[in-house]
Design a protein around this ligand. Structure first.
Ligand SMILES: [Zn+2]
Ligand SMILES: [Zn+2]
Length: 377
């Protein structure tokens, strides 16, 4: 059963066209397979969002869907037609049209004057919990296009002329007729020979084959701020693929994975850990060593500490990513009852047990007393 289209796009049923478009753009950018290399389902999710957008952005299809749901669309002859497009970027231009102003999620945005913003690059890095707490910098390597140095990006062999494109006669666009279930649609597509420029190099540059760009490995040091959480994404403006025809470069997105630290459970800035304390020591009071992000720290466990009691070590958590206070470390005391007693231990415990009175087991302040105090206060 396909999911509800409104739910897929995260909009309510009254959402207007702009809201729907915005929401799809946001999703499309999130689900970009580059950025989502770690998520094999991203492309499926993207298709789901695209299908929802295809229906909800069309007034008639949307009315049918509102009235009759998925079944209504099917019996009305609708089936998602994006499968027929070759690539996601084709799909994208079909949705928003050439120069639809989509902010470079799919390998470049066409801008005024034929300039194209470079595509974004996405990658993931893994850091430890300690690095997340202190902040760190990580060197990442990736392949990205850069302007060709031989032809300075114009694609022509140095000293040779640039001429009008013979396929589009300099218009930069060609008309493509596309058959769909709703009839023929004329789609204006960019000229594939000149890439929309209207002009081509008479003799293509030997370094870049006339593309004006070359792919190369890049190493970049990226700073990861203290307090970052697992799965958060950082954007580094202008570190992506080079733009074309004077367009700006794309961005680099880095998804930060914070490796699990088996000693701690993390909840945003706060940490929790569990320490075993033998029952007699919990009764007598003791000092334990607690692991923190800055190494082991001694902690006093007061006499009479009960199983599951929590002692808060203030400020021993992680710093906040933005403003706010540093988190705490909550130490849960796991009182362990001794097992496999030897003869002597048995005798001692029997002596202890027979000496216990009601007073040893009573809570210092009973539930009822606590409640009374709370109500009186
Ligand atoms: Zn070149
Ligand atoms: Zn052309």
């Amino acid at each position: 059963m396909p999911r509800d289209y409104y739910e897929v796009l995260g909009v309510d049923r009254e959402a207007d066209e702009t809201t729907i478009k915005k929401s799809f753009r946001r999703l499309a950018r999130e689900l970009h397979p580059d950025v989502n290399a770690h998520d094999p389902e991203a492309e499926e999710k993207f298709k789901e969002a695209a299908e929802a957008y295809e229906v909800l952005s069309d007034a008639e299809r949307r009315r049918t869907y509102d009235a009759y749901g998925h079944e209504g669309l099917k019996s009305g002859g609708f089936s998602p037609n994006f499968e027929g497009f070759g690539s996601i970027s084709d799909l994208f231009s079909a949705f928003f049209g050439q120069g639809g102003g989509f902010d470079s999620a799919f390998g470049g945005t066409r801008m005024r004057g034929g300039a194209v913003q470079g595509g974004d690059v996405g990658l993931a890095v893994a850091i430890t919990l300690g690095e997340a707490a202190s902040g760190t910098s990580v060197e990442v390597s990736y392949d990205a296009t850069a302007s060709c140095e031989t032809c300075h990006g114009n694609g022509a062999e140095p000293g040779t002329p640039i001429v009008t494109c013979d396929r589009c006669n300099g218009a930069g666009q060609i008309q493509a007729v596309q058959r769909t279930r709703f009839g023929q649609m004329v789609r204006t597509a960019l000229c594939d020979k000149c890439g929309g420029d209207g002009r081509i190099a008479e003799q293509p540059c030997h370094t870049c084959d006339g593309r004006g760009m070359v792919a190369g490995a890049r190493r970049v040091k990226v700073d990861i701020p203290a307090g970052i959480d697992d799965g958060q994404r950082l954007r580094f403006t202008g570190r992506g693929h080079a733009g074309e025809r004077g367009g700006p470069a794309g961005d680099l997105y880095v998804v930060v994975r914070v490796k699990e630290d088996e000693r701690f459970i993390r909840d945003r800035e706060d940490l929790a850990t569990v320490i075993d304390v033998a029952a007699p020591l919990a009764a007598l009071g003791t000092t334990i060593q607690v692991p923190t992000l800055d190494g082991d720290v001694p902690l006093d466990v007061p006499a009479g500490t009960q199983p599951g009691e929590t002692i808060v070590m203030s400020g021993r958590g992680l710093p906040p990513l933005g403003r706010g206070r540093t988190g705490d470390l909550r130490v849960v005391i796991n009182v362990v009852i001794p097992r496999r007693l030897n003869r002597k231990q048995r005798d001692l415990l029997e002596e202890l047990a027979s000496s216990l009175s009601e007073d040893n087991l009573r809570e210092p302040e009973g539930m009822l007393a606590k409640l009374k105090r709370a109500l009186a206060g």
